[in-house]
Design a protein around this ligand. Structure first.
Ligand SMILES: *Cc1c(COP(=O)(O)O)cnc(C)c1O
Length: 376
């Protein structure tokens, strides 16, 4: 695999943009409605700008991010597509949002007024998508406030309500009863808005899991994040089963090799002991790069055509791999996770008691990203 041009270290994350394009096209076809590619947190660690461009080319019509700063960096990269900010930022950022033509998610009077004021100053009309809380209890207007706040937001000079939205708490679980209750609540919200002549073109609720498993959640747009990276929202909703392909390969190379005797303890705390005489490889990637320290020997890496276990504690900058009777060479590629026969991000998530989202977004900024049009 090619080495990054500016790094002396062989550790890198290779992002397969062709897989991103395939995933976006697959999700868009499944959804049959507009697709908003969620590229917050630097595109779930895959590089927001590269992913956004690829997603737009593959059929996404919207982008979404968490922060105004994230929206701004997409604009600075020359991306003109509509960008939804998924939660309200502090009111002081309203001017920057209007200046960068970022579409706000709104659910408080204070933010609506700040946005209206900024829009009037800049002689623009700010498009907003009002968010209802239908059961996530994170952000969004609770049901008791729907009517009064909808009417109030609609009345703010400088603002146009162009969308209504909610967010699902349990779409990635096998039991769909919470999702059904949330969708029923969202439909009450939409009807209530319509009774006040607020009938915007865009209605959206679905994340990746709902896009894949719950047709009635798709409305006029889906907001897909994890699926465009080819990763599973949960064990109950598998990406591969829906034809999605992982885009990120985290790879390094063997930096040191030694033969150790059976019974030799390895790494901090001596928590792992060689089962036999055999070969041990050291690899320059550790928890400061995003390899979960908690993953332990249940986790394997792909080295010399086999999945081989991590030997002992993952260190900050390095880890050891047990190769048994196989003698590895310095410079051999080591795939921590990826596509094909290599372990998946799903495997790492399971082994370390977390979700794919956390593994992908934890690959740290000191790991160079390389974008390729084809599989690494
Ligand atoms: C992150 C996020 C999404 C995307 O969710 P995935 O499970 O990654 O598809 C959609 N909507 C909101 C409000 C989000 O915060």
């Amino acid at each position: 695999m090619p080495l990054p041009p500016t790094s002396h270290r062989p550790t890198r994350a290779v992002i397969n943009l062709e897989a991103i394009g395939h995933n976006v096209a697959t999700l868009a076809e499944t959804a049959g409605v507009e697709l908003c590619a969620v590229v917050k947190a630097d595109g779930y660690g895959h590089g927001a700008v590269a992913v956004a461009r690829q997603a737009l080319e593959a059929g996404a019509s919207w982008l979404a991010v968490a922060l105004v700063e994230e929206g701004r960096s997409l604009r600075q990269a020359g991306i003109h597509a509509p960008i939804l900010i998924l939660s309200e930022p502090p009111p002081a950022t309203a001017e920057a949002m209007v200046a960068d033509n970022l579409t706000a998610t709104v659910y408080t009077r204070e933010f609506a007024q700040a946005l209206g004021a900024a829009a009037r100053v800049q002689r623009r009309q700010a498009a907003v998508h009002v968010k209802a809380d239908t059961g996530m209890a994170r952000v969004g207007i609770p049901e008791t406030g729907w009517e009064s706040l909808l009417v109030e937001i609609a009345g703010v000079d400088g603002i146009t309500i162009t969308g209504l939205q909610t967010h699902l708490a349990c779409a990635d679980e096998t039991d769909s009863s919470t999702t059904q209750r949330q969708l029923a609540a969202f439909e009450r919200f939409v009807s209530l808005a319509a009774s006040h002549q607020i009938s915007p073109r865009m209605l959206h609720a679905a994340n990746t899991a709902a896009t894949l498993t719950c047709p009635q959640a798709r409305y006029t747009m889906v907001r897909t994040g994890i699926g465009i990276y080819g990763l599973s929202p949960s064990d109950a909703v598998g990406a591969a089963a829906h034809g999605l392909r992982p885009a990120m390969t985290l790879v390094s190379q063997v930096s040191y090799v030694k033969r150790i005797a059976g019974g030799t303890p390895v790494s901090y705390g001596h928590r792992w002991v060689a089962p036999d005489d055999g070969w041990l490889a050291t690899v320059p990637i550790g928890y400061a790069d995003g390899v979960p320290r908690t993953a332990g020997p249940a986790s394997t890496v792909w080295l010399a055509d086999d999945r081989r276990p991590i030997a002992g504690s993952v260190c900050m900058d390095q880890l050891m791999v047990w190769c048994g009777t196989h003698e590895p060479s310095v410079g051999d590629d080591v795939v921590l996770f990826g596509d094909g026969p290599a372990p998946r991000i799903e495997d790492w998530a399971r082994a370390s008691g977390t979700i794919t989202y956390e593994i992908a977004t934890s690959v740290s900024s000191r790991v160079p990203r390389m974008w390729s049009a084809t599989l690494p």
